[in-house]
Design a protein around this ligand. Structure first.
Ligand code: GCW
Length: 728
């Protein structure tokens, strides 16, 4: 891409390619690499060559000539794949075969650096690996690297709408300029593809799961085609979210019943039309019978009927269906109703009944992307159906693009969690990557945090979450620390004076946000709609909102106690887990503090492991959360002069907002609970800055499902800690 060297606004992400400052190291890179030799030319290989040339010229300051030859000179980076000669000459065919379509090897032999893949995509990933080594100032003189991604499909889900609003997006408008496509093509599209490919992401769903049928009309398919053509050169396949009622909406049919032959034919023809335009189209993502979206149940049919009908249409083209399990449609008024149980109740009866090219896409937790939840019980339960995890990269419940929250540790909690479905070691990663459940394709999804903001993600540190998603999708065993380390070095500097403290800040940031928002297993006590500030005081009302949208339903605070009893004596959600996970959560003595109130309803004077009462513990933990943010501010301020002023100030500013809003959370939750239990906030702790009545009156006016550029500005102005326009 034509790089614009301006002040650093963050546009270049982790592909910043700042010149290596250590002269000796630069010299050693220049000595090791002096040209590029590629044996076969494809669009993906052209991208790989272009990227290596760009990176090398910027990192090392020397240009690399690239030649198509199978007679590479010493000092060459030789790129080869498939049947290229280099592979037979190195006798690595067998080793390579084990690495699958996207895997690669990097090997130094006879003064040459070989980057080998079974496909050209493998080579591209290998090139980005080599670049990363140089960006992080690692030695490259004697390499022997073998990589194979854990998941076949590593996919971003954009919740982008036709009008360029982004549902739960906090980084400006959608980057897809539908009104300008197909004629006008933004240079951002290619940069988006480069960024994804550099982390290993190989797929993208362009539009919101609350889907507008228009995206599969001939007019829009021409627009989608332009994006698909650009992305293909970076190994990225395009997918679309579909509206289940499309046969009615677009086809003029009377029904969208999946068992109706006319409906089946309509989809078959539609899919054939799509593949004519986009031959490597990936498939469909479907939100059906969830939050008002249409689906097969509208016609008395099942999720399996709906998914299999689409799967049959996609099958001849090798397309797949990602069918979401985020459902909670049944009557919520039953006193025993527990939203956490719904996905399991609706999907388990269909285990083994889905077509081979269907993957059921399951959110990491059973409620809804809360800061901390246990895993959704479907993981490890459905043993005859491929499942994929859906994470949320966009920070709907984790501080939007205002708060610095590094999400890798949160995702690791899910990926590493043992389901015990097949004995010890049946982690969520392993029950979804094909190791334990037989499946022809494995996948993992992240709801994108990309927008049209100059820095792509709204917060510079939100870029780390995009990066981390790709890295974990490639290898869920990577440590959060390693990913943070890479990202910081690539994005800012290799200077340890910076990397060490800021890495620690990142690693602590997730737990800090849980502490000042929803610690100890509290969940969904967000204000309705915007999901930014606290709404802990929102009560269940007859004739009001459905109970499972109301904070009181989740925290169940009374004068006596707090928490949601999901044990065998309560809603028995625990029984949806395998033993011993079930007992782990069910038994109060085993249940970890950080899940306590998700599974147990406890008296305020319950004695915690710390020796404090539950109430005092809550007060202490919320306060610790504030102290953490204050500590983050200090750490960051010490980086002045080490990082460029533009990004330094942007982050400094946001940390101030984060503290302000953390105080809002702590004051709101503690004052409200204190008003219920009549207990004081322990006198040794700092006193609230706000009055409960003011906080309760407060209404944050953010768009629920759209976030035009400047939405962040609105939040800043109207936070109760910094009152702008008057509350209602
Ligand atoms: O988290 C909730 C969001 C909705 C979203 C829904 C879903 C796309 O608040 O905005 O809709 O989940 O995942 O379908």
């Amino acid at each position: 891409m034509p790089l614009v060297m301006s002040a650093n606004d963050g546009y270049r992400l982790w592909l910043d390619y700042a010149k290596v400052t250590d002269e000796a190291l630069r010299g050693s890179y220049a000595k090791q690499i002096s040209s590029i030799a590629y044996q076969s030319e494809t669009p993906v290989i052209r991208s790989a060559v272009k990227e290596l040339q760009l990176a090398f010229s910027m990192l090392v300051g020397e240009e690399l000539a690239a030649t198509r030859t199978n007679n590479e000179r010493a000092g060459a980076v030789a790129l080869a794949f498939g049947r290229d000669r280099a592979i037979s000459h190195l006798r690595v065919n067998r080793e390579l075969a084990d690495l699958g379509a996207d895997g690669y090897m990097i090997r130094t032999a006879a003064d040459k650096t070989y980057i080998l893949g079974n496909t050209d995509k493998g080579v591209l990933y290998g090139v980005f690996h080599l670049i990363r080594l140089m960006q992080t100032n690692s030695a490259i003189a004697s390499l022997d690297v073998k990589e194979r991604p854990a998941f076949n499909v590593r996919i971003l889900n954009h919740w982008d709408n036709l009008n360029r609003s982004v549902e739960r997006g906090y980084a400006g408008a959608s980057i897809w300029e539908w009104e300008n496509l197909p004629n006008e093509v933004s240079s951002r599209y290619e940069d988006y593809a480069r960024a994804n490919a550099s982390t290993g992401v190989n797929a993208t769903v362009l539009n919101n799961v609350n889907a507008n049928a228009v995206f599969i009309t001939p007019e829009y398919l021409q627009k989608v085609k332009v994006l698909a053509d650009i992305f293909r050169a970076y190994g990225i396949r395009v997918y679309l979210s579909i509206n289940f009622s499309s046969p009615r909406i677009l086809g003029g049919l009377e029904t969208s019943d999946p068992l109706d032959p006319a409906v089946q034919k309509w989809w078959k023809d539609k899919v054939a039309e799509i593949y004519k335009i986009i031959p490597d189209f990936g498939g469909f993502l479907v939100k059906a019978n969830s939050e008002g979206q249409p689906g097969p149940q509208d016609y008395g049919r099942s999720h399996a009927d709906g998914a299999n009908m689409l799967a049959a249409a996609l099958k001849p083209h090798n397309g797949i269906v990602m069918w979401r399990a985020f459902v909670y449609t049944v009557d919520a008024s039953d006193p025993g109703y527990d939203r956490a149980k719904q996905a399991y109740l609706e999907f388990m009866p269909f285990d083994g009944m889905f077509a081979e090219n269907v993957i059921v896409q399951v959110k990491n937790g059973p409620i809804d992307f809360q800061p901390r939840e246990p895993i959704t019980s479907l993981f490890g339960a459905m043993k005859k159906t491929p499942l994929m995890v859906e994470f949320q990269i966009t920070q709907e419940y984790l501080g939007h693009s205002i708060q610095l929250v590094y999400l890798a540790p949160m995702w690791k909690e899910t990926l590493d969690r043992d389901t015990y479905c097949n004995g010890r070691g049946s982690t969520v990663a392993r029950v979804t990557d094909g190791t334990i459940i037989p499946q022809s394709v494995s996948a993992i999804a992240g709801v994108s945090n990309v927008g049209a903001d100059a820095n792509w993600n709204g917060h510079i540190f939100a870029q780390a979450n995009w990066y981390a998603f790709g890295r974990l999708a490639w290898n869920p065993e990577l440590a959060s620390e390693q990913i943070a380390d890479e990202w910081l070095r690539m994005t800012f500097t290799n200077d340890q004076k910076f990397v060490k403290p800021v890495k620690q800040l990142m690693l602590d940031s997730y737990e800090a946000s849980v502490k000042y928002m929803q610690p100890l297993g509290l969940h969904h006590i967000f204000a309705e709609g915007h999901h930014y500030g606290p709404g802990v005081w929102e009560r269940l009302r007859p004739g009001g909102m459905r109970p499972d949208w109301v904070p009181e339903y989740y925290h169940r605070a009374t004068q006596q106690g707090l928490g949601f009893d999901r044990t065998a004596k309560g809603t028995d959600y625990v029984s949806q887990y395998h033993s011993p996970l079930r007992e782990f959560y069910n038994d109060l003595s085993a249940c970890p503090d950080n899940m306590l109130l998700f599974f147990h309803h406890l008296p305020w004077d319950y004695k915690m492991r710390s020796g404090r009462t539950l109430w005092n513990e809550i007060c202490y933990v919320y306060t610790e959360g504030l102290d953490d943010v204050r500590r983050f501010q200090k750490i960051w301020d010490m980086q002045e002069g080490i990082v460029d002023a533009e990004r330094f100030k942007a982050v400094q500013y946001k940390l101030r907002e984060q503290l302000r809003d953390a105080i809002w959370w702590r004051d709101g939750v503690l004052l409200y609970f204190s008003s219920i239990n009549g207990l004081p906030i322990p006198y040794e702790l700092e006193r609230p800055m706000n009055k409960l009545e003011d906080l309760m009156r407060y209404r944050l006016k953010m768009g629920i499902s759209s976030s035009p550029p400047g939405a962040e500005q609105q939040t800043q102005q109207i936070s109760p800690m910094n009152p702008g326009p008057q509350p209602r």
